[in-house]
Design a protein around this ligand. Structure first.
Ligand SMILES: *Cc1c(COP(=O)(O)O)cnc(C)c1O
Length: 378
């Protein structure tokens, strides 16, 4: 058995090596490194896949969120509601733009934005809501969108961890994650469900005017070359990354199904264990398991991590410090927010290896070692 990785990109590459190598070589042969034909082709293919009108590729997922907020025309001090239980990028861009992050709690089960907490946080100053489809589980979009609509607040979906996942509304309509809000954002960081071979990101919208604005912002605030209408930034997906993504997009559903199968294996091995709560799969969504994150009860988590490491099994705490407790956000009053579920999750979550190439042999070794590690503490 090879060394187990949190994400095994080498093995994934081995299956698509020929296709990828040829595509990259083509870009080099044509030296169309920036804005080559693959960039637009990928944007069109991804738009089709997601069922959205516009996909605007950009340099990374953090830029995607920043550009989305810039396009909404928010003013310094405007309030933006986000979970604290997320990767810091979601919140960092809010602070960077001089906006006020308003942290809300998450559900213990889905670990995504709690709807009551959201309701209570809306004020006349709320100018955007950023739900995060964390670990591959969709946020509960139907009630969230209803609240946003009632107060006419734009919704920016942070879909960096759940591309390819879906959400089903009570009328039976199913939509792709990232396609439901005013704007959707994603990251193609290598370890994401759809990852490239460097940095990359994209922004989605069905709104024509917003699409023009997003494109302009990502391109130095210009529509016509050298005529700059507003302050923007320089955020591009390079052609080599787009060429790789065009290939991997064709495999995305298979990759996500493999992740779901690995999650099934874990779930079965841990079912009814008194100390392990397996990831909740909300009936309204298709979980795509960017992470397989268990909640541990009455387990010394650090000791278990060490036990796994002793058996060469990596595991991670995503994330050891929640956003509102980060020093970065002290000036924004982060620590004043009371988020009991977020705090509780921080103490008990543990993410186990998950990727598209895990074998049953590896999965049984991991699950057995986790069970042994817990037993050793009792
Ligand atoms: C990865 C990630 C981002 C940022 O993406 P980058 O491409 O690394 O900038 C934003 N939000 C979430 C939830 C993420 O997981």
């Amino acid at each position: 058995m090879l060394a187990i990785q949190m994400v095994d990109l080498k093995r994934q590459y081995a299956h698509i090596k020929q296709e990828v190598d040829t595509a990259i070589q083509n870009v080099i042969n044509n030296t169309a490194f920036i804005n080559g034909p693959d960039v637009n082709a990928f944007a069109v293919e991804l738009a089709q896949y997601l069922g959205v009108k516009h996909v605007i590729p950009c340099a990374n997922g953090t830029d995607a969120l920043q550009i989305a907020l810039m396009a909404l025309g928010l003013k310094p001090g405007d309030e933006v509601i986000t979970p604290s239980f997320t990767y810091i990028a979601t919140v960092e861009v809010v602070a960077l733009l001089g906006l006020q992050p308003i942290f809300v709690d998450v559900d213990m089960d889905t670990m995504t934005m709690n709807i009551d907490s959201l309701k209570a946080a809306v004020t006349p100053k709320t100018k955007a809501i950023i739900p995060v489809h964390l670990y591959g589980q969709s946020a509960h979009m139907e009630p969230l969108l209803a609240i946003a609509k009632e107060h006419q607040i734009p919704v920016v979906e942070d879909n960096a961890q759940a591309i390819g996942g879906t959400y089903t509304f009570s009328d039976g309509t199913t939509k792709m994650n990232g396609s439901m809000g005013t704007i959707g954002c994603t990251s193609f960081f290598p370890s994401k469900n759809l990852g490239c071979y460097g940095d990359g990101g994209a922004i989605f919208t069905n709104d024509d005017a917003l699409a023009d604005e997003l494109k302009m912002i990502a391109n130095h605030g210009q529509k016509v070359r050298y005529y700059h209408e507003r302050v923007g930034c320089n955020s591009r997906l390079d052609t080599i990354q787009a060429a790789v993504l065009r290939i991997k997009l064709k495999h995305l559903d298979r990759y996500n199904n493999s992740r779901r199968a690995a999650a099934d294996f874990y779930d079965a091995a841990f079912s009814n264990h008194p100390n392990i709560k397996t990831p909740f799969r909300a009936a309204y969504s298709k979980h795509v398991f960017h992470q397989y994150t268990i909640q541990l009860h009455q387990v010394d988590r650090d000791a278990l991590i060490q036990f796994l490491a002793d058996h060469k099994i990596p595991s991670m705490i995503y994330y050891p410090v929640s956003s509102h407790e980060q020093k970065m956000l002290a000036a924004f009053g982060g620590a004043n927010f009371k988020l009991p579920t977020t705090d509780a999750l921080n103490q008990c979550v543990l993410s186990l290896p998950i990727h598209s190439e895990l074998s049953d042999e590896e999965l049984s070794f991991i699950t057995q070692t986790v069970l042994n590690g817990i037993k050793a503490q009792q």
